[in-house]
Unconditional design. Structure first.
Length: 339
């Protein structure tokens, strides 16, 4: 294909803690086509999702910032259309999913990505599922592998209605590990119970912490996955048995972690640490990453795993897409169509 000299991309000129103002200041612009450097590829993007990390990025609260003006977005799917030096030309035309925290964002028609940040796709995997293949499925797999490796017998997870929560439940069922699911609405309690989940708690109930401590002790739930942060992190850790660890992988509350009892940490040897997908991926060998990628793609092709998609928006209607996502983040992914 003939590669144009320019492309359309969503651009932010400044980070803004006020999300609505950050969204209103974003513009769809025509910019020069980026060129792939050594070991990089140019990808024609088909679909790219909105993730919580993208919202944090717009607000200037994420651990990754890009020189302004910048293109948001960290994940997507498309086809390789050009290669830089050091990359075999035979890769042109291959379908890939990608995750990158480099200077080039993904909310655009094209992006430049290191080849090592791409995974080659099975032709049976739909483009919609491929667009969300990296961030949530690999995060769930990485954290669950840690739980299995460390011999935990049960686990607690917040944000249980989210996509990662769904994937964790699947992995746990396959490994016969009980999961205590934490949600914020009675209707979500009912939904998970209807799916066969035995342990579901509404975090807004007055007896939540007592119920969580009782349940965690009974199941010996010595691992927890928390995407919320704030006071909830401390409440979960305080309720866990001796020798527990809590893995923090998100900050949906937008406030610092709190409410941790220091005596619980000191005398019951409890640990709080953070999971970062980029670090976990960098620690994997190429062979291990390829094996995990094949396994995850197979689960999606067999529909044992599935990312729920709310709606697909063209880049031109990015504002409508962002409003749709932030108004119902547990309702599924919003995707931007870049073609």
């Amino acid at each position: 294909m003939k590669i144009p000299e320019t492309m359309k991309a969503l651009i932010i000129d400044a980070y803004n803690s006020n999300l609505i103002r950050a969204m209103q200041a974003m513009k769809l612009m025509e910019i020069p086509m980026p060129q792939p450097d050594e070991n990089h590829v140019l990808i024609k993007i088909e679909l790219t999702p909105v993730n919580p990390s993208d919202i944090a990025f717009l607000r200037g609260g994420y651990n990754i910032s890009r020189p302004l003006p910048a293109i948001p977005g960290f994940e997507g799917t498309g086809k390789i259309v050009e290669t830089g030096s050091g990359v075999d030309k035979s890769f042109v035309g291959r379908r890939v999913s990608f995750f990158s925290q480099s200077e080039y964002g993904t909310w655009a028609e094209y992006t430049v990505i290191r080849l090592s940040d791409c995974i080659f796709l099975n032709n049976d995997l739909s483009v919609e599922q491929a667009s969300c293949l990296f961030v949530n499925p690999f995060t769930a797999r990485g954290m669950f592998d840690h739980i299995l490796t460390n011999g935990h017998q049960a686990l607690i997870q917040s944000a249980a209605m989210g996509q990662i929560g769904q994937f964790i439940r699947y992995f746990a069922r396959e490994s016969n590990l009980p999961v205590i699911n934490l949600v914020r609405k009675d209707v979500h309690v009912e939904m998970l119970q209807a799916e066969g989940e035995q342990f579901v708690l509404n975090m807004t109930n007055e007896k939540f912490q007592d119920d969580l401590a009782r349940m965690a002790t009974a199941l010996n739930a010595s691992a927890a996955l928390d995407a919320v942060g704030g006071e909830l992190t401390g409440k979960i850790l305080n309720a866990m048995p001796k020798g527990s660890e809590l893995i923090l992988y998100g900050g949906l509350s937008g406030i610092p972690v709190g409410q941790m009892d220091p005596l619980e940490i000191i005398f019951k040897n409890k640990v709080l640490w953070g999971f970062n997908l980029g670090d976990w991926l960098n620690d994997l060998s190429d062979i291990r990453l390829s094996k995990i990628s094949d396994e995850i793609q197979t689960l999606f092709i067999q529909k044992k795993l599935e990312t729920k998609i709310q709606q697909i928006f063209p880049l031109e209607n990015f504002y409508g897409g962002l409003r749709k996502y932030i108004s119902n983040m547990s309702g599924g992914k919003v995707l931007f169509q870049c073609e």
